[in-house]
Ligand binder design. Sequence first.
Ligand code: GDP
Length: 434
Amino acid sequence: MSTETIFAVASGAGIAAIAVVRLSGPGCAAILQRLCGRLPRPRVASLRSIRDGDGETLDRCLVLWLPGPGSYTGEDSAELHVHGGRAVIAGVADVLVALGARPAEPGEFSQRAFLNGRMDLVEAEGVADLIAAETAAQRSLALRQMEGGLGSIYRGWSERLLAVLARQEALIDFPDEDLPEDVLRAIEDEITALGHAMRAHLDDNRRGERLREGLVFAIVGPPNAGKSTLMNALAGRDVAIVSPTPGTTRDVIEARIVLGGVPVTLLDTAGLRETGDAIEAEGVRRARARAARADLVIAIDDASAPGMWYEASDETTGPVIRVVNKVDLATTAERGDHAVSALTGDGLERLRAALDGIARGLTDRAGPPALTRARHRAAVGAALERLDSAMEAEWAELRGEDLRMALRSLGRLTGAVGVQEILDSVFRQFCIGK
Ligand code: GDP
């Protein structure tokens, strides 16, 4: 438990009708008593006048007294729902500092909640993601994570791994020739099953990470095909410069839009063509590089003057859809996947619906909770490597060590520390028929 009492305006910057000042730490009760005369009833909103050290009234507002350990942070906490003007907030902050509290560091409330065992690391990340969520789909992903959906998968694996490890360690006492075959087989079956579960979790097309981070769709094609016009049409505003002069877009221009409930960064790139102009050539190089890393390439060509289609290279990671533009000017035998006129809007509805579908497909929200961060991927990957190595280990001791390392990787994931302590307590009671 921390010894310091912290506070922060939890409701964001700027003038508002109400601002919520949040406090946490051992000094909360004393501070509240000094501010409002006596402690309000726990967990009930009470209307109080709050006063500074000279007895001058700062505000009349709702006060919440939230004693630990049943609070968000697990510590004694309080909320002051003051009027959201600058002078009120500054006055309250001054008094809180005078009474021994200090401004909180970023994330410090959630960090205390984690340190006090109120949530695991994965749930704490869910809180941060919920606050940052821009779309409904991101919100539900974060909520699921915050409510423990993802963490419970990892904890479930940890518990199973611990049970396997306990059995494995018990085998160390057996001479090689007496190893109980059925126990050995059960251990190997369980390691294999856990390995399958982790592999399936990792092999998810990055759907959770993609939804959390947002997608990148790159529009590429020859100069003048209408890339900027299409970008502006999809974004519903002018972000890119439309010009009849080829080679106008030299750097990558970005616009954030929402497709299928997913935030998508659209990239308008330099027209792909051979060029002697060094700046334009650099633009073309960047265009190819960004397209290769995009979640989707929207390859576009001009129906009235067909150029070259974007060719996926070995580095291209996402799918490519082909859009023939300027169908108001000409019809072409080369139809691509979509025929549109970015200028008149013809075919754009259908293209947008297709893009919605692709965005949804890339972030598929059905099924079990998906990992949402590279940190999760690295830790599960490391645990899986150890399981694979455990299956190949020739000695019980080595296999035990692999399993322990796998457990530690999962422990780091949820922030469950003290794996060794858990093991010790397990082994004190554990013994298999010998
Ligand atoms: P970019 O170089 O690929 O980005 O192409 P722009 O979006 O700058 O467009 C080049 C020219 O084509 C501009 O004069 C646009 O107005 C025109 N243009 C773009 N899309 C269409 C379309 O669907 N139909 C017609 N007729 N002209 C278009």
